[in-house]
Design a protein around this ligand. Structure first.
Ligand SMILES: [Zn+2]
Ligand SMILES: [Zn+2]
Length: 428
């Protein structure tokens, strides 16, 4: 009994020393993370054009002794860290692209970069905070590389291009990375990802089990009527009036046929085009829009109902309507078991009261493509200065978007602890 007590004491001293060592490594990395982030911020690159960004990432990962793959899904970089002991495989993901936004913040490292996007001259800015993601993951890689011998398993660092969407006519992002085998060889067991949030206080982590961000599908509706003089509608079939009925019909699917207490769902018609002048009833109207869902059964039902109802409404008026719905982005779906198992790791680093359950976000995120293949956990990391009110906070994708760098350390701590805790508890 006495021996057992001594053994347990020694193990706890050992664990304590280990966690002290990791704390020290994380404290030391913080200034570097901030420095890297400022450099990426000052030199942003658009989706699928992250050439210099990728070069810097690859150079850093190589300097840590990692096995490095470049040009994955165009400009993606993957680093593989093999721990000293056998075990599972964890992937950590950062997206690396910037946006066609002209920066207006007063920071000394503000971007002055210009480029063209869809043929239009524009400023380029890390207006979604992906610069923070790159720096946090580079810092995480450095910390974990330094304790490599004690790691039970393998860590894959995924630096992914084009999260905001590839340019017209190109493919890219998480979907292409998955296709190119980023989750294979070695096969990844689980994946973690975070997004810095300009509307969440520094020091806070927010999360939601199951659907945290929506599936986004685009649709196109074409309504064909019969052209007539605007003064004699009875001689034609007015596709504009039919379109109005279709729009109402779509909204009624949401309000009458969707179980909104389960999860949110949205249909938005964002464009309607038809007609040339006041006294002509046109032959055709085109509408495009978006469908947002957070539950796969609800998505299936919505899709089926839209496809059934749109042509049926048109037919009731003697018109014809076709509808096409694309595959879109999947639901950013947090594996419920994984969330329950790993939540204590986040509570440990942020403090229990600083890890908060949130409502789902109806925006979409291509991290969802990894989660379609393997269990994943995606959460938000606070980047809003605590003393600034929400009304004075610029949202993501805008010229005044601002991130408080003191939030980065918690990001590194979260990634390091999620990784080690998962690998230490996982039995192979
Ligand atoms: Zn974004
Ligand atoms: Zn983003």
């Amino acid at each position: 009994m006495k021996n057992l007590t001594i053994l347990l004491f020694l193990i706890s001293v050992g664990l304590h020393a280990q966690s002290k060592k990791i704390d020290k490594l994380i404290n030391n990395i913080e200034p570097k993370v901030i420095e890297w982030r400022r450099d990426f911020h000052q030199h942003p690159e658009l989706s699928n054009r992250e050439f210099k960004t990728a070069e810097k990432i690859a150079k850093h990962l190589k300097s840590l002794g990692l096995e490095v793959q470049t040009n994955v899904a165009h400009t993606g970089v993957v680093g593989i860290l093999k721990g000293g002991k056998p075990g599972a495989v964890v992937a950590l993901r950062a997206d690396i692209d910037a946006l066609p936004v002209t920066e207006r913040t007063p920071v000394p490292f503000a971007s002055k970069v210009k480029s063209t996007y869809n043929g239009i001259e524009t400023g380029v800015m890390h207006a979604c905070g992906h610069d923070s993601h790159i720096a946090i993951l580079m810092g995480t890689a450095e910390v974990l590389a330094k304790i490599k011998n004690e790691i039970k398993g393998t860590v894959k660092f995924i630096f992914q291009p084009a999260e905001e969407g590839a340019p017209k006519g190109e493919r890219g992002g998480a979907e292409l990375m998955v296709e190119e085998g980023v989750l294979k060889n070695p096969d990844v067991d689980v994946i973690f990802g975070l997004h810095i949030s300009a509307i969440t206080n520094v020091g806070t982590i927010t999360y939601k089990p199951a659907g945290i961000m929506a599936a986004a599908q685009s649709f196109t509706i074409k309504v064909k009527g019969k052209q007539a003089h605007g003064s004699r509608p009875w001689e034609g079939i007015d596709p504009i009036v039919v379109s109005a009925q279709i729009i109402n019909g779509l909204q009624t699917i949401i309000s009458r046929d969707t179980e909104l207490t389960k999860e949110a769902a949205v249909i938005t018609v964002g464009l309607i085009r038809g007609g040339v002048r006041s006294n002509i009833i046109p032959e055709e109207v085109e509408m495009i829009g978006t469908i947002r869902t957070l539950d796969y059964d609800m998505q299936k039902k919505l899709n089926k109902e839209i496809k059934r109802r749109v042509p049926a409404i048109a037919e009731a008026f003697g018109a014809k309507a076709t509808i096409e719905i694309d595959k879109g982005y999947p639901i950013t779906y947090n594996d419920v078991n994984l969330v329950n198992t790993m939540l204590p790791s986040l509570q440990k680093v942020a403090g229990e009261n600083n890890v908060k359950l949130i409502n789902a976000v109806t925006g979409a995120e291509d991290f969802s493509f990894y989660q379609k293949e393997i269990p994943g956990f995606y959460f938000f990391l606070g980047g809003k200065p605590v003393n600034v009110s929400l009304e004075d906070t610029a949202s993501h994708h805008t010229p005044d978007f601002f991130i408080d760098e003191s939030g980065f350390k918690l990001g590194v701590e979260a990634f390091v602890n999620l990784t080690l805790d998962y690998l230490n508890t996982k039995k192979n």
